[in-house]
Design a protein around this ligand. Structure first.
Ligand SMILES: O=C(O)CCC(=O)C(=O)O
Length: 277
């Protein structure tokens, strides 16, 4: 038994590459978080839009609080141990009746690290159902190496490069259905994707992408890490992020700008096209 996860959940993560669902907060609390997110979105539309969706935890208190939520961190610790930092975060919003989708991919492909053994909690701020384009995963696929990905840059594909793994046996896919306030956790190498949101409501998921044990090093580009638990990372460049003190704290805004530039130079390393997100 871990701090939050039971033996069966820990086993499921190691066998299948994901766990679902894990309750982080009540539905009422999740609704309040969603309201705070949507207020931030209204107040700062330039800072908070589908093309500027990365690292929002660096500038908005509500998302910084999620990145430091004790239940989420205890669950992460149950899986990767007590020393870890956060690489980045991505706000995945799919508006009602839109064509946006996420092709089959493995997160670690373009993250430029020495290991794939890291994980992403994905927190549902609305329901996430099959009709709404929930994530789907291929159980056990994290046990393979990183497979060849083809960059498509498809305009409806909301992955950076629209990268896709071909010939995935979709019959094996498991839908990760979540209620507001629940999360899934997935491994850096598990094959996953999501279909368009056909429903009449927004699907909002916040991906803490990813918590990485300190032993993993960045070998492509320079990432600036948010230290989360345990001893300090021993980075070549020694850069570390600081938590925002209030929404749009100017120092935090500047750090987010640098973090997003680094993020982009890592994810688009050697790509033919660079998109805005
Ligand atoms: O939100 C989605 O539909 C996809 C998210 C995803 O691919 C991820 O968090 O790794």
């Amino acid at each position: 038994m871990g701090k939050v996860l039971n033996e069966k959940q820990i086993e499921q993560y190691h066998d299948e590459g994901f766990i679902v669902p894990i309750r982080v907060m009540s539905e009422d609390e999740a609704l309040k978080v969603k309201e705070r997110v949507e207020e931030a979105e209204k107040a700062f539309p330039e800072e908070f839009n589908p093309e500027n969706r990365n690292n929002l935890h660096l500038t908005f208190m509500v998302l910084d609080e999620l990145a430091h939520n004790t239940i989420i961190l205890d669950a992460v610790e149950d899986l990767i141990g007590p020393d870890f930092s956060l690489w980045s975060s991505v706000m995945f919003i799919k508006n009602p009746s839109t064509e946006h989708f996420v092709s089959w991919h493995q997160d670690a492909t373009y993250m430029g690290m020495t290991s794939n053994d890291f994980l992403t909690p994905w927190i549902a701020l609305t329901p996430s159902t099959e009709e709404m384009g929930c994530m789907a995963m291929i159980p056990g696929s994290h046990k393979q190496n990183i497979l060849p990905h083809q960059d498509t840059f498809d305009e409806n594909n909301i992955l950076t490069r629209g990268q896709v793994v071909k010939d995935v046996d979709e019959k094996k896919a498991v839908n990760l259905i979540l209620k507001p306030g629940e999360m899934s956790i997935h491994h850096g190498a598990v094959i996953h994707g999501s279909k368009p949101n056909k429903s009449k409501q927004r699907r909002i998921g916040f991906a803490l992408q990813s918590y990485c044990p300190h032993g993993i090093e960045q070998i492509i580009g320079k990432n600036i890490w948010m230290q989360i638990r345990g001893g300090k990372r021993n980075d070549r460049d020694g850069l570390q992020l600081r938590r925002p003190q209030f929404d749009m704290d100017p120092l935090a805004v500047n750090l987010r700008k640098i973090a997003n530039e680094n993020y982009s130079s890592i994810l688009y390393h050697d790509a033919k096209i660079t998109r805005k997100y």
